[in-house]
Design a protein around this ligand. Structure first.
Ligand code: MRU
Length: 362
């Protein structure tokens, strides 16, 4: 996608074998800066600290991180250690495991001397594949938006939560890909952007990337969506997911479940967009089986923003002495999901629906 007229991906090879580049998402929307990541340890820290975030981008960063590890030391021991170090950075997005498993499957059979080149190439291919997959999600989701437009004929109002746009992937995004394509096709879309406390990925990242693409949008407090739905101001919801079970339960940013409940109560379609890399075929019950990341309470007790002089400041917003809790994700049961929008097409959020699109998993 374009920023200030220049096409960007969120991750790119910098100098072959020496580094890869990323956008520092902790500084958006106030500053667009890039960072060079030079070691597998730095890659792990970028994921943990959310310099990079979003399920597909976490996977792509881990892939490049493992490639850098093979430059540091291509031995079996270091391959296992780097895999473990990257794997423990964030527990919920299954793309992390998917990318590390994919890389290990390529690298393990090779002689140590062959590993680095193969790893660097495979990491680049994972990024290219993610772009193609997100493009396919956009094409699968576009008809859903077009159908609403054909009945309404004025504007399609879409609510989204967190950031499942190009900043969360390598390009295009998942939930936002159909929205970009609808806008580019001349369909007037307007996006309700949940601010997404505590880290404000909606207000900071989704609003930033929609604005950069010229898509009309309005940021709303997280607790506004139900009211808008009651008043007919939301035509559909589209969100992303960090892990989808084999039966269609979806785990996404905390607060997604409440939006799905409100959508169900108000007969608003609730779509979840996902790449195949987000499906965890090994689990069936999302509520019981998906590990939910618990992050620092400081993300709840403090907020970062821009002061009138342009500098960034972090302030305390809590009553002194109060405790805070910070679960980063929740699970929306499949029965609340109208349909899954995947790179292989749209299907019901059921075991049969998913197996229909992915028969090789039957
Ligand atoms: O904690 P984050 O910012 O990594 O959470 C991201 C999300 O919840 C996204 O909706 C999800 O990863 C899907 S990204 C295409």
């Amino acid at each position: 996608m374009k920023i200030h007229g220049r096409a960007w991906r969120t991750i790119w090879p910098d100098e072959k074998g020496v580094a890869f580049g990323v956008i520092d998402q902790t500084r958006l929307p106030h500053a667009f800066t890039t960072l060079s990541i030079r070691t597998s340890g730095e890659a792990a820290e970028a994921i943990r600290s959310m310099i990079v975030r979003g399920a597909p981008l976490i996977g792509a960063t881990a892939a490049y991180g493992l490639a850098l590890a093979m430059r540091e030391d291509p031995s079996d021991t270091h391959l296992a250690a780097a895999y473990a170090h990257l794997f423990e950075t964030r527990p919920t997005a299954v793309n992390l495991r998917w990318a590390l498993d994919d890389m290990r499957a390529v690298l393990a059979p090779l002689q140590p001397g062959e590993r680095f080149d193969a790893a660097w190439q495979r990491a680049a291919a994972i990024c290219d594949e993610d772009v193609a997959v997100c493009h396919a999600i956009g094409e699968a989701g576009l008809p859903l938006i077009r159908k609403v437009f054909e009945t309404r004929k004025d504007q399609v109002n879409i609510l989204t939560h967190c950031n499942a746009g190009w900043l969360a992937c390598v390009d295009w995004g998942t939930a936002l890909a159909p929205i970009y394509m609808a806008h580019d096709a001349g369909i007037p879309v307007h996006v309700w952007v949940d601010e997404t406390r505590p880290r404000n990925q909606g207000a900071s990242l989704t609003a930033y990337e929609l604005g950069a693409h010229g898509i009309p949008h309005t940021v709303i407090p997280d607790n506004t969506g139900g009211h808008l739905m009651q008043h007919g101001q939301v035509d559909m919801c589209i969100v992303g997911t960090d892990r989808t079970t084999a039966t269609g339960d979806v785990c996404n940013k905390i607060g997604t479940y409440l939006k799905a409940l409100a959508a169900h109560a108000n007969q608003v379609p609730f779509y979840v967009a996902l790449p195949h890399t987000t499906i965890d075929w090994t689990i069936e019950d999302g509520v019981k089986e998906i590990p939910i990341e618990e992050r620092s309470a400081r993300e709840v007790t403090h907020m970062t923003g821009r002061l009138p002089d342009g500098s960034l400041a972090t302030i305390d917003i809590m009553a002194p002495g109060s405790r805070a809790m910070n679960y980063a994700f929740d699970v929306t049961p499949a029965h609340l999901v109208t349909a899954l929008v995947t790179d292989r097409g749209v299907c019901p959020a059921t075991r049969e629906g998913l197996r229909g699109l992915f028969p090789e998993r039957s």
